[in-house]
Design a protein around this ligand. Structure first.
Ligand code: B12
Ligand code: SF4
Length: 615
């Protein structure tokens, strides 16, 4: 293991950390008054001797990539881990789980808005102790976990004052000024090629402060703010190593035990029987609440969809399945995967879940190719049924788009696990009419489906941040920041009704009552915490049963699914009791072309609502 004698690369380059090192470092600078040095003093020899001395001093750093977040399906850091291992083989991945598994149903139902983490301050010394011998530490986090990252950096500096600290990930992209207050180096864009260059230069003992996509804090406090490098092209993506997965270099923090190797059980707890990845990057839209607006401000090329070849992704999945044969579903977390040209999608050929469908890309041809290739579930952003709200969020939309997209998807319900639609609630500018339109859309949509309901949160660096600030100036109610639990939904009657209608379509008379009693949050309506809890219990029970009906454990985490896989029950069930779509045999396109798709309902008054379509 290579531990330098004290001086780090950053010191060599004239950079300091927040807290000055207490170590006294051996001075290896050549003294010109030294008789030996002066005897050798020629313009050629002195730099050579100096660099030879530097080389012995600047031993390669051990590199730790530390994920601070509530997930281990983290594609960016996993990719960086294998790429860094090519330059520094001793690179290790450290996972620090912060959020108490917010995706677990128990935590969704019982956690409070400000109860955002299961990591606690008392854990920090133990986490830091695990990093005390590491010379170069790269933190990766989103804004939601930026406070924990800052606390952790401070704690690491206490036990490892010589460490050079890099901060990368979404937070340092949208808030580099904040991140550089705490770290020595901040990654402000894509890390892949940039980190390669940084590490290579560090290893060679060269000046690395000109590396693009990084900011550096100098000894005198000056900040070097380098610009952004061009985004990776598909041919460059093709050459990147696959992400680290189920690898011996991975450890996770466990209270009382420090960092322990990531076990199969941890994978099952976080990911169930699924493997998460990303194939494409980029999205052409600019929804105001989305980080894509921050990406586009950096480089307009984020709008185009970039991806490596189909062989690349198939190879990646095969490598993962070779390590974890229980993987039953590949989850594509891409923002905009359905925008890919049809022939590419056709080649996939493995069971998968597309977690980022944009309504404007829903086309029968594409769905059929995806289903034929093995898609068993999809997730689409609806967000609101109100055109006014969609306009506020600058969502891609046109009248009728959402219901049409949901109707097209609904036609294929026999072949997949009920689709999941994302919804945003607790929007401060919502009026009663907006809520009614949302409830109406949910009421009208073909069943079965499920919802992912998020309470609106402010994500820094987005256009929404400015929109919300403007509203605040106009005395509108504020919106919590993204570090507050976004599953904590305000218990208004409108939200209770949303969960109820998503669970079971009520009779028209009851629905009409619901519409009349859906009041927006700015009217400070009466709150019904117990009713919301009960409605969500019913909703999640139905959702869980739907997953079980398909024996799908890509969303349901834990060991039960593994047991069912082990005894062969999942394969048996999916083979005999789940229908699979085959292009050619199930000629839905031809059938549907003859059909008129349902027309969306928008109501201008409650009287109109009485005519709500129901079945
Ligand atoms: C997949 C995904 C998830 C997955 C997995 C998380 C993950 N990080 O992989 C899940 C579903 C768990 C998830 C959850 C959430 N997500 Co999310 N997610 C994404 C998504 C779609 C892709 C992430 C990704 O893999 N990108 C591609 C990789 C290559 O990028 P990357 O991880 O950022 O890493 C690169 C660089 O950042 C950098 N880098 C990263 N780490 C480091 C470290 C060092 C040392 C260096 C040098 C560089 C570096 O190099 C990497 C390679 O280029 C992004 C949108 C997007 N397009 O990025 C949103 C996104 C990151 N999520 C976001 C949010 C808000 C959330 C949630 C809060 C929920 C929500 N409402 O959306 C939760 C929070 C989870 C938690 N902490 O509990 C926001 C983050 C905004 C912000 N300012 O932080 C984004 C941008 C989407 C959005 N709504 O705007 N998410
Ligand atoms: S479509 Fe999705 S990924 Fe694209 S900008 Fe909108 S929310 Fe972001």
């Amino acid at each position: 293991m290579f531990r330098s004698t004290g001086q780090t690369l950053l010191d060599c380059m004239g950079f300091v950390r927040n807290e000055p090192s207490s170590h006294s470092l051996p001075d290896t600078t050549l003294d010109p008054s030294d008789p030996l040095v002066s005897s050798l003093r020629t313009s050629e020899t002195l730099p050579m001797i100096q660099s030879a001395l530097d080389a012995t001093q600047a031993k390669p750093p051990r590199f730790a990539l530390v994920l601070v977040g509530d997930y281990i399906a983290v594609y960016g850091m996993r990719k960086l881990t294998t790429a860094a291992q090519r330059i520094i083989p001793e690179t290790r991945a450290f996972y620090v789980s912060t959020g108490g598994r917010l995706h677990s149903i128990k935590n969704i139902l019982f956690s409070k808005k400000n109860q955002k983490s299961h990591l606690c301050d008392a854990d920090l010394p133990e986490v830091a102790a695990g990093l005390k011998d590491v010379e170069l530490i790269g933190f990766s986090s989103m804004t939601i976990d930026s406070d924990w990252t800052k606390k952790l950096i401070a704690e690491v500096r206490k036990v490892n004052p010589n460490a050079t600290i890099i901060w990368g990930g979404m937070h340092s992209i949208v808030r580099p000024e904040d991140a550089i207050e705490h770290a020595d180096i901040v990654c402000t864009g894509e890390g892949d090629l940039a980190l390669d260059e940084l590490l290579t230069k560090m290893e060679a003992g060269e000046d690395y402060t000109d590396v693009e996509n990084f900011w550096f804090r100098k000894a005198d406090g000056e900040i070097v703010r380098n610009g952004h490098r061009a985004l990776m092209k598909p041919e460059e993506m093709e050459l990147r190593p696959h992400p680290a997965y189920a690898d011996e270099s991975e450890t996770i923090f466990e209270r009382g035990k420090g960092f322990v190797p990531i076990s199969l059980g941890t994978y099952l707890d976080f990911n169930g029987l699924s493997y998460h990845t990303l194939w494409t990057q980029g999205c052409p839209y600019r929804c105001t609440y989305c980080g894509n607006t921050a990406f586009l401000a950096i480089d307009k090329k984020y709008a185009s969809i970039r991806q490596p070849s189909i062989d690349y992704i198939i190879d990646e999945v095969k490598q993962a399945v070779a390590k974890h044969p229980h993987i039953n579903t590949v989850v594509f977390d891409d923002d905009c995967m359905a925008a890919l040209p049809l022939p590419i999608l056709k080649e996939v050929g493995i069971p998968f879940f597309v977690a980022g469908i944009i309504p404007s890309y829903v086309k029968r041809e594409k769905l059929e190719i995806l289903l034929d290739a093995g898609m068993n579930r999809l997730r689409m952003g609806i967000q609101s049924g109100s055109n006014r709200m969609l306009k506020f969020f600058k969502r891609p939309n046109k009248p009728g788009l959402l219901l049409n997209a949901a109707s097209v998807i609904g036609d294929y319900r026999k072949y997949m696990i009920p689709p999941a639609y994302d919804m945003i609630v607790d929007i401060p500018v919502e009026e009663q009419e907006d809520l009614q339109q949302t409830l109406q859309l949910i009421y009208d949509m073909p069943r079965p489906f499920t919802l992912n309901v998020f309470s609106l949160r402010n994500i820094p660096g987005t256009v929404l941040e400015d929109q919300l600030q403007k509203l605040k100036d106009e005395n509108h109610p504020g919106v919590d920041d993204i570090d507050m639990n976004y599953h904590t939904i305000s218990p208004t009657m409108a939200n209770v009704c949303l969960f109820l209608i998503a669970t079971i379509r009520p009779p028209k008379r009851v629905f009409k009552w619901m519409l009349a009693n859906a009041h927006p949050s700015h009217e400070k309506p009466k709150l019904y915490p117990f009713l919301l809890w009960a409605a969500r219990m019913m909703f999640f029970t139905k959702r869980g049963l739907n997953d079980l009906r398909f024996m799908d454990f890509s969303v349901l985490p834990g060991k039960f699914g593994y047991f069912m896989w082990k005894i062969g029950f999942i394969r048996f069930w999916q083979k005999h009791f789940c229908r699979h779509f085959h292009l050619g045999d199930d000629n839905i396109i031809a059938e549907k072309e003859e059909m008129n798709l349902p027309v969306p309902h928008t109501y201008s008054s409650l009287a109109d609502a009485g005519s709500a379509k129901g079945s």
